[in-house]
Design a protein around this ligand. Structure first.
Ligand SMILES: [Zn+2]
Ligand SMILES: [Zn+2]
Length: 140
């Protein structure tokens, strides 16, 4: 288990994320929502227990909620000043699981490989396969 330091673009929010060895990689999400919210071809994520993320500065993040594929709500928690997304919570995953944005953890940004790719069906046609790719989500 290693603790990673997260920081939003403006520095208002800082947080810590604890990741087990097998979580120390990016899961790329190619869904259209990630493209629209993030402005890039994909986002970098890891699924973690809610208790593994601790906000250390900036207080409660702002929240934006929308309906996911499942029809259940997805809440995005972000810095109100610079809009960097810290983590997401999908109602469908239950109350104790969240999705941390690994691109915002400095060490992860520098060192992590890609563990898997999800929502491959929405991948940009010019992107090469980097890791095992799932049409939507891996079977659970
Ligand atoms: Zn910020
Ligand atoms: Zn996505």
């Amino acid at each position: 288990m290693t603790t990673y330091q997260g920081k939003c673009h403006c520095g208002h929010h800082e947080w810590e994320v604890k990741l087990e060895q097998d979580q120390q990689k990016h899961i790329l999400c190619h869904c259209d929502t990630c493209k629209i919210l993030g402005g890039g071809a994909s986002t970098m994520n890891q699924i973690i227990p809610k208790s593994a993320l601790k906000i250390t500065s900036g207080g409660e993040p702002s929240k934006y909620a929308y309906k996911g594929d499942s029809g259940k709500s997805v809440s995005c928690y972000y810095c109100p000043k610079c809009t960097s997304h810290i983590y997401h919570h999908q109602e469908v995953m239950g109350p104790d699981t969240i999705i941390a944005r690994t691109a915002l953890l400095a060490e992860a940004r520098k060192n992590f490989d890609v563990g898997a790719e999800i929502y491959g069906k929405a991948k940009m046609k010019w992107e090469k396969e980097i890791a095992q790719t799932f049409e939507t989500l891996p079977p659970s």
